[in-house]
Design a protein around this ligand. Sequence first.
Ligand SMILES: *Cc1c(COP(=O)(O)O)cnc(C)c1O
Length: 522
Amino acid sequence: MTMNSTGRPTSLSAIDGDVPTQTVSGSKGLLQAEGLLFEIGSTQKTGVDLPAPKGGKDRLGGVTRTASSNLPGLSEPEAMRHYVRLSQKNYAIDLGLFPLGSCTMKHNPRLNEKVARLPGFADVHPMQPQATVQGALEVIEELAHWLMTLTNMPAVAMSPKAGAHGELCGMLSIRAALRARGEPNRKRVLVPVSAHGTNPATAAQCGFIIDEINAAPDGRVDLEDLKSKLKDSSDIAGIMLTNPNTCGLFERDIVKIAELIHAAGGYFYCDGANFNAIVGRVRPGDLGIDAMHINLHKTFSTPHGGGGPGSGPTVLSNALAPYAPVPFIVKTAEGLRFVEHHSDAPDSFGRMCAFHGQMGMFTRALTYILSHGADGLRQVAEDAVLNANYILARLKPLMSPAFEGYCMHEALFSDGFLKDTGVETIDIAKGLIDEGYHPMTMYFPLVVHGAMLIEPTETESKAELDRFCDALASIARRAVQKDPSLKSAPHLAPTKRLDETRAARSPRLKWTPEPPTLKAAE
Ligand SMILES: *Cc1c(COP(=O)(O)O)cnc(C)c1O
């Protein structure tokens, strides 16, 4: 078969008798293939049609461009189509169920967007005099109130801009508290093996030493291993524990763990990324934690992904509250005011970001909270758990649940059922693409072999859950029957198996006028 420079067939007659899975255009069905702006545009073209300027005084002081900028130009319809075609390559929560576990890709109600776009929220500037943004400060203050109430914690730092940033906030607070106690040499932080990668990364970033705790066979923290790590506790700074954990299981021994850590002189950091599974039902403050970030973009909707803004307010116990970062809001006779400077909050560990946090996310999260109310938030958690258990129950006969019993908000399978089939987790994920779904989280958490982690969230209907389960069940059946076509899936996507390692190790981030002829990245 003759191929063009991008690896596509130049003629389909070569594919004798077969149903074509490739096309000459690269487009599939009604999905258009699309090149780079540099490939489809031309320096000779422009979307505007202005007459060349006549005369006029040159005010550029001799720095007028002499050579072409070499930027591609496109007509308006070409530019429009380019971006719309790109947008169609995106899988989105507004297109279908997004089964990624640990990431919580949940529906974002349009009401949130409407409110976030209101003048006074959408156009506030962080340098505006505080007297002119009292409404915005009230949004932050009211959201803070809800977060403290839902967690039963006495303080919250609102400025962290993502979950990982919130972890940094919590761990820097712990470091400051240890220094204030005169125990800066407490450096050891316990982290379960199932932890999200950001946990050990954050602890290391703050200068702590990571000590791993094993998982018990039931997927939870091995309490005996934890106790053995606390035998000599003089260097213990604390523990970072996720609850529900990344296996989608509630850490039943959490109160006991908090007692052990406190008795050892350490602090308890809880990773609250999975708060959406327990919000309204469990208050982390009742469990003995000292700090926990809340991913607004996971628990309280607000969009994320693709590098979009997150928001990670961090609740703190009385022991850590004095060390919270600036800025924070105080109530004064003249209204709400930011405490901005270290000099006004000498115990504070400092400042984490230029301004005051993600205002747009605050507005969306508060809208979500107020439109659900306390009882509605509780139902969010209950429905998320119910949906995950429905998926677990439906797929249990075909796939291998990683652990026995019910799950929380995400269902976790191992690749046990793929033994001796030659099919691997990655092939199941690629098969899902042909079925029109974004794959689930693969190979995480690391404690489960060939892990497949599925989180449906609360808004999926039974019909949609069934549609997804039917698709995944059919792939699981094909795998067990050793269907060789799964090894080369996806067959219907415009691009197939990318060399992801090469893409990550040597990404081509810069367009050069004459790119080397590449083989198809398939
Ligand atoms: C998402 C997540 C994080 C990190 O949150 P970001 O907002 O992506 O920085 C940390 N821990 C767990 C368990 C998570 O799921």
